[in-house]
Design a protein around this ligand. Sequence first.
Ligand code: CP
Length: 314
Amino acid sequence: MSKLSVDHLLGIKYLQPGDIKLILDTAQNFKEVINRPIKKVPSLRDITVANLFFENSTRTKLSFELAEKRLSADVVNFSASSSSVKKGETLIDTVNNILSMKVDIVVMRHPNPGAPEFLSRNVDTTIINAGDGTHEHPTQALLDTFSLRQELGDIKGARVCIVGDIKHSRVALSNIFCLQRMGAEVMVCGPTTLIPKHIETLGVKVSHNIREALKWCDVANVLRIQLERQGGEHDVRYFPSIREYSQQFGINGEMISQTGKKIVIMHPGPINRGVEITSDVADSAESLILEQVENGVAVRMAVLYLLAGEIGRN
Ligand code: CP
């Protein structure tokens, strides 16, 4: 496979295993490029990319911007908090106004699930989903899978447990799709209230016991509790307190040692140290957390490069 089967990156669920392999192999080449003294290549010269962030981000926003600049694209950044969205402009009007300035690719984070897909059907440009509400975060799953392949050599047969707030996590859903397409076995572990009903229909195992889950897995991908998606109007709580959550599901060094084996530790960030993970685990030799961030740039370069090919510009 030398080209993607999709024109946009809206979610992992639209990708074939061959698409994922192509993105990861292309990212491997870009990883070598960004470790050279001259880190820039001209692949996206004359392409303009708009980064539209309607929700907060540190890693994803910076990583996309660096990836675009390493590929020599022209880059414009848009943040909803300082834009005319605040004056009542619709999403389609906002994006069409930006596209009038001759933008080729839109990278978009939005709090509403499905917003990038909606846009892809209503505006004439290439869309990359940088996280849409509780739905998908495809580039996070791709960089997680890339990091894991680099660590394990092969994803096939690996046992990966995603721990924490599965219900509100776009990272969990995209990781489930991506890991399964690459042949891994996936378990989700967390309180009953934070695991979506019927999730086993996606072919994942379910556990509510972190010690048993750690015994089963080779890799623990630990998620933060997404309090910003839980409160809402009526301040709904899914567990009695952060302290209780931490006691029941937080991962610490003692739990890992009790399994008597090596467990690779991953986390998409931002980390809440002492809540879902202790510092001794987050900063251990088994932790891939900072490598995930480093690999994010190469993976996003690969996605941008391959999609720019789809619009006939490389
Ligand atoms: N992992 C992730 O999406 O982090 P940001 O919210 O900082 O982009």
